[in-house]
Design a protein around this ligand. Structure first.
Ligand code: GAR
Length: 209
């Protein structure tokens, strides 16, 4: 059984997609052992509680400085000992010590086709605002392993989504979630849980279903 911790900051629709996929059997061999948020107001925390999953809020504001927060977050993860950490809309830079302690065992979903519209300052709705400003005709989502960089880790899977003429950032965000994110992220978890996907020597090794 793959024991996962899901990290969230906001609405938690990706968390919900994971919980629904576990319930429906689209994800097998997997248990969500905890949800961690940096934001006390995150709706994702309520989604976890409604599902009977321990929900922990660790806000940087509760700590003296970033170093103290990073240490506390890393310590919490070490205490929970997950097999996999899933960043599902977690808008906090993962501390280097945590990346080192969970090497090859952290994945992230990003709402664009990396390397477009990613890195510092590109998160949530901002990604879609920038894509529309640039006038791209195709965007999408990427699930990738997390390394010390920002959205720079090895890519696991990507899915393209069409941009339509009258799109607003909100409409585009929803389409990217529905057509890409809520499919890619549960799919990657199921692949890892069932031994079809792993990181070997910094490279993604994937066996087709
Ligand atoms: C999602 O679109 C996710 O891809 C994005 O934040 C949103 C969270 O939505 N993540 C990033 O931008 C990370 N750089 P959700 O809370 O409803 O899942």
């Amino acid at each position: 059984m793959l024991r996962i911790v899901v990290c969230v900051s906001g609405g938690g629709t990706n968390l919900q997609a994971i919980l629904d996929a576990v319930d429906s059997g689209k994800i097998t061999n997997t248990e969500v052992i905890a949800v961690i948020s940096n934001n006390p107001g995150a709706k994702a925390l309520t989604r976890a509680e409604n599902h009977g999953i321990p929900a922990v809020c660790m806000s940087p504001k509760e700590y003296g400085d970033r170093e103290a927060y990073n240490q506390a977050l890393t310590d919490k993860m070490k205490e929970l000992q997950p097999d996999l950490i899933v960043l599902a809309g977690f808008l906090v830079k993962i501390p280097e010590a945590m990346v080192a302690a969970f090497s090859g065992r952290i994945i992230n979903i990003h709402p664009s086709l990396i390397p477009s519209f990613c890195g510092v300052g590109y998160y949530g709705l901002k990604v879609h605002e920038k894509a529309l400003e640039r006038g791209v005709k195709v965007t999408g989502a990427t699930v990738h392993f997390v390394n010390e960089g920002m959205d720079e880790g090895p890519i696991i899977a990507q899915k393209a989504v069409e941009v339509l003429d009258d799109d607003t950032p909100e409409i585009l965000q929803r389409r990217v979630m529905e057509q890409a994110e809520w499919i890619l992220l549960p799919g990657a978890i199921d692949d890892i849980a069932n031994g079809r996907l792993e990181l070997v020597g910094g490279k993604v090794r994937k066996i087709q279903r």
